[in-house]
Design a protein around this ligand. Structure first.
Ligand code: 5GP
Ligand code: ZN
Length: 113
């Protein structure tokens, strides 16, 4: 499997991990766009938002239950933050393994595009 986030999840490639369970891993983005920029990733390979279904959605719930814990850990829970998942070509998804960007630590742009 040549997927880079599978390799990070399997510890074949090192990452700056900030949170981990049996099912998910969260690590700092290599090219941060804000003072806090963390990628939250299911350990199982789900290619994108388009591939979430009733069979694999428990891990998505776990990810969203985890966001505020990581936000607290990173001291951005009260100041605020944004969670983003890019999907497909128009969404500018560059890694084809589902991931959620958690960004904060500065005032973010008001536009989503
Ligand atoms: P996308 O553009 O697919 O939404 O986001 C992919 C993100 O993964 C980018 O922000 C990019 O900087 C990050 N990224 C790509 N390869 C690696 C890597 O090997 N390690 C880490 N920590 N981040 C990566
Ligand atoms: Zn993968």
């Amino acid at each position: 499997m040549s997927c880079i986030f599978c390799k990070i999840a399997n510890k074949e490639i090192p990452s700056d991990c900030v949170y981990e369970t049996e099912n998910i891993i969260a690590f700092r983005d290599l090219n941060p766009q804000a003072p806090v920029h963390i990628l939250i990733v299911p350990k199982i390979h789900i290619a994108s938002m388009n591939d979430i279904n009733s069979e694999n959605s428990a891990v998505i719930s776990e990810i969203f239950e985890t966001v505020n814990k990581i936000a607290e850990q990173e001291d951005i829970k009260d100041s605020g933050y944004r969670v983003i998942s890019n999907c497909g070509e128009d969404g500018c998804q560059s890694v084809q393994h589902l991931h959620f960007h958690l960004v904060g630590g500065r005032k973010l742009s008001e536009t989503l595009s």
